[in-house]
Design a protein around this ligand. Structure first.
Ligand code: ADP
Ligand code: MG
Length: 192
């Protein structure tokens, strides 16, 4: 078994994060926590690359539908009025389309991060998917305020600055999707 400090995850600084000049701030927070950046590059992804980055399974799509519907219910809004359907899968599919278009619309920064419980640690630093719910002190909670209600009225993806792999399987897929093995670097941080 690999040493826990060797766990790896993928973070993307999304177009809104890059455009707002938050690249340095995001990287700083990773490094400050003691995580190690082992690969880093700015790219303008194709729609196909973004399509293959995000999961396609029904479970993932339905979960997007569920999380979205929960916010509409919380604020007494009719999801069908905005999304044209209350079907969780269809909502997920629609959101996924907006997401792919958005992520391929401008440069992003792709980063592989290594460190103890890197997957969970980076998720914690990034914060809740919906910025209005993200805790203060997280990247999304400190720099964004978006909500699915606002985003979906405008038929667009939520702007939440960064993407981070949710679990080790997602991380493995995403790392292989965005980088070749030769692009990963091994070095010791001075504390090591
Ligand atoms: P996370 O990025 O926190 O892992 P998900 O995997 O559930 O969240 O969703 C992927 C991305 O899809 C989110 O980061 C967000 O940008 C976008 N998204 C999710 N739900 C909606 C929605 N209802 N409307 C617009 N965009 C959404
Ligand atoms: Mg996700």
């Amino acid at each position: 078994m690999n040493h826990p400090k060797k766990e790896r995850t993928l973070l993307l600084i999304k177009p809104d994060g890059v455009r707002r000049g938050l690249t340095g701030e995001v990287l700083r927070r990773l490094e400050q926590r003691g995580l190690k950046i082992i690969a880093l590059q700015m790219v303008k992804p194709s729609a196909e690359q973004m399509d293959n980055h995000y999961p396609k399974d029904e479970e993932w799509l339905k979960r997007i539908g569920e999380k979205t519907t929960a916010t509409f219910e919380k604020y007494g809004r009719d999801v069908t009025e905005t999304m044209g359907t209350s079907d969780l899968l269809k909502i997920g599919q629609e959101v996924r389309k907006w997401l792919v278009v958005y992520m391929a619309s401008a440069p992003i920064v792709k980063v592989i991060v290594e460190g103890i419980h890197a997957v969970d640690m980076v998720r914690k630093l990034v914060g809740n998917t919906f910025p209005y719910q993200a805790e203060v002190g997280t990247i999304r909670g400190d720099f964004s305020i978006d909500s699915p209600i606002a985003a979906n009225l405008d038929k667009r993806s939520i702007f939440n600055i960064a993407h981070a792999s949710e679990n080790p399987q997602e991380a493995t897929h995403e790392i292989a999707h965005w980088f070749t093995p030769a692009e990963l670097h091994e070095y010791d941080r001075s504390v090591e």
